[in-house]
Design a protein around this ligand. Structure first.
Ligand SMILES: [Zn+2]
Length: 90
């Protein structure tokens, strides 16, 4: 899911506030990052109940030098609304 510009700006502002170790990549020590403008989903690996896995929406930041990718919980940063509980069919 693509974020609108306001959400991307909100994410960048949040990163600047929270990322306090010089913003260096822990793998290659470069500090040049690409801030993704899409949200992704991490899905719980639960083969016993494939219809109802837990899903964590995440925003990503990618090191331009080595490709190391960092995920942040999009709900925590309020980049999307918290899904309503319960289904339409009872
Ligand atoms: Zn790197």
């Amino acid at each position: 899911m693509k974020m609108d510009k306001a959400k991307v700006d909100q994410f960048i502002k949040w990163l600047k506030e929270k990322w306090s170790n010089g913003q260096k990549c822990p793998i290659c020590l470069h500090d040049d990052w690409f801030v993704g403008d899409k949200l992704f989903e991490l899905k719980e690996n639960e083969p016993e109940i494939p219809q109802t896995p837990s899903i964590m929406p995440v925003a990503s930041v990618i090191c331009k030098n080595c490709g190391h990718t960092v995920f942040f919980n999009a709900l925590h940063i309020k980049l999307m609304d918290i899904p309503k509980q319960g289904g339409q069919n009872g």
